[in-house]
Ligand binder design. Structure first.
Ligand code: FAD
Length: 545
């Protein structure tokens, strides 16, 4: 808890002077449907509006709803918890449901801890996976935690089963460890490596053509969702370290035994409602109103409804935020929001197929890329992952295609026609089966594109509005996590910023990523010292780095 004296802070004076150009005042209504966001109820509860209900939004809301009423009868003021309203204007609560199958890797410790807190058991066991190229099976990944642990990167090199790649090619990955050591996830490291492409990075560090084409390139196409020439080297090093290199067991993965929505988000939303959180769907944010004197956001506008706010958290993806910025007079006044208009999203197409018979898929989770270089994709044996398909007499597959610009405009039949030959290269028996049912999902600009040079446009958790905070997998932080775990962690960080700003409640405990192994830590320290010495050399900053 914060110091008790902070509980004496009276509800901030609400200034009448507004900024932000939205519909005429008489056409805008204070929100009062269902919840009590704008009702006073005689309570001093501070109102927090969270925009977005993915991992980031619900993560923030969860912590704020956990801040229970704290009565102090001998004091005049008491902390009564927060009034939390979540507004979602997207595909619905926990939208990742419809957008692909999501893996949860070993270092997702904050998410695993949340799931324990919710008392649910949504996951499969640790799962083996494989990677394919046009030539067929390339790599099989075991469950690394079941094997004796070796210092990184030896375990990854030794236990990973390469079907075709010669040892010499594999060994050309070793010099890349120098860049991994140098990239310590600081602002300096991001700026140093963000301007070059992943392909350039692999080239500079002596990676063989075959290792790049058959392993690293495809891995990136499913990890950062774009071809290596379009990925930032900084993001590449950050992701590689977090998911693969930091510790041997980090690449172990589990999946939800049904959709993420059904297995995690639905029970989570119920638990939030039980704690008093108000969760509203079909609310597209169109603008914000801020007070010119304090610079603080006072209301969130959703078309004709407005929501009072003492603090606001934006937890939406890049494409959504860009849409909001273009409509919002308030956000257009700020540099950090205008910069977001330079960022980009990546298209996703998901393909769920039911076949007329049972066929063999050796591993539940698989990745592939490299065919024509158009897109990368993951495919999953849903009979092995989802409870509902466990005993099906037929095979159900889901394949998620990233950077799927060329698939996006096609009709369903054409999508299936186009992708089946790709899948057949990886699943031998597919050719002998017939597709009896198909479900195609199209998600334009859904994924964050970490393109070279994008770091300088990305936002941080705080903004120039003192009470507006940001969360999501594309928000700069120093935790070191990625994707869902990062979104959840930035949600907790945003909740902590709210607690700090409103001076009420307690801070969320965020589990840090596991420490570097001792030899990596020692090498990083040495490297930092060397860099400091090099910085002293005359003209060291003269040449283009
Ligand atoms: C196909 C696919 C596969 C993936 N695979 C993995 C994986 O294996 N492992 C992994 O960790 N991550 C994976 N990811 C990434 C992961 O899904 C994201 O990192 C994570 O979901 C981001 O969470 P978020 O809360 O930041 O954003 P989102 O989940 O995008 O949430 C944003 C929220 O904003 C809402 N919204 C949209 N428009 C508006 C609006 N106008 N007003 C208000 N709200 C709005 C949406 O409905 C949604 O609730 C994958 C993503 C995709 C698409």
């Amino acid at each position: 808890m914060l110091a008790m004296s902070k509980w004496f802070t009276p509800t901030p004076f609400r200034y009448g002077k507004r900024n932000g150009f939205f519909a005429k005042a008489d056409s805008v209504q204070p929100h009062a449907n269902g919840g009590d966001n704008n009702k006073n109820n005689g309570s001093n509860k501070k109102k927090v509006v969270v925009v977005g209900s993915g991992w980031a939004g619900l993560g923030a809301a969860n912590h704020l709803c956990n801040q229970v009423k704290c009565e102090m009868s001998w004091l005049r003021f008491s902390f009564q918890g927060f009034d939390v309203t979540v507004l979602d204007g997207g595909d619905g609560l926990g939208s990742p449901d419809n957008a692909g199958i999501q893996g949860f890797w070993y270092p997702y410790q904050n998410i695993f801890s949340l799931v324990d807190e919710l008392g649910i058991k949504p996951f499969t066991n640790w799962t083996r996976s494989a990677q394919y190229s046009e030539e067929g099976l390339e790599v099989e990944f075991p469950v690394y935690q079941e094997l004796p642990q070796l210092p990184t990167p030896l375990g990854t090199l030794y236990y990973t089963q390469f079907a075709r790649l010669p040892l010499l090619d594999r060994l050309t990955s070793l010099p890349l460890m120098a860049a991994v050591i140098d990239f310590d996830n600081t602002d300096v490291a991001w700026r140093k490596y963000d301007s070059i492409t992943a392909r350039e990075l692999f080239k500079q560090f002596g990676c063989s053509e075959r290792l790049f084409q058959d392993v690293f390139g495809p891995l990136l196409q499913v990890g950062l969702f774009a071809p290596a020439e379009q990925c930032s080297a900084a993001a590449t090093l950050g992701l590689l370290y977090y998911l693969i290199l930091a510790h041997q067991k980090h690449f172990d993965v589990v999946f939800c035994r049904g959709t993420t929505k059904e297995k995690i988000f639905e029970p989570w939303v119920e638990s939030l409602k039980a704690k008093g959180g108000e969760i509203l769907e079909d609310r597209k944010v169109t603008d914000l109103i801020f007070n010119e004197e304090t610079g603080c956001i006072t209301e969130v506008v959703c078309g004709k409804e407005i929501y009072n706010a003492d603090a606001v958290i934006f937890a939406v993806g890049i494409a959504t935020l860009q849409e909001i910025i273009r409509k919002s007079a308030a956000l257009c006044t700020r540099e950090e929001f205008l910069k977001v208009l330079n960022l980009a999203g990546i298209d996703v197409v998901t393909v769920k197929l039911q076949l007329d018979r049972k066929i063999t898929i050796p591993n539940p989770s698989n990745a592939s890329a490299g065919f024509d270089d158009f897109f990368g994709w993951t495919f999953f044996d849903l009979n092995a992952i989802y409870d509902e398909h466990k005993d099906d007499p037929v095979t159900v597959i889901e394949a998620d295609f990233y950077h799927a610009n060329e698939l996006l405009p096609l009709k369903d039949e054409l999508v299936v026609e186009k992708v089946t030959p790709y899948l057949s290269k990886c699943i031998k028996d597919l050719e002998s089966a017939t597709v009896v049912e198909k479900e195609i999902g199209r998600f334009p600009k859904r994924l964050t594109h970490f393109f070279p040079g994008s770091y300088k446009y990305m936002m941080r958790g705080s903004t120039s509005f003192p009470n507006l905070f940001m969360a999501g997998d594309w928000i700069i932080n120093r935790h070191g996590s990625w994707s869902q775990e990062k979104s959840y962690v930035t949600g907790l960080e945003a909740a902590n910023r709210v607690v700090d700003y409103l001076e009420e409640g307690s801070f969320a405990k965020i589990i840090p990523v596991e420490e570097d192994e001792p030899h990596i830590e020692a090498l990083r320290n040495l490297n930092r010292r060397l860099n400091e010495i090099l910085d002293q050399v005359p003209l060291s900053g003269y040449f283009l780095q």
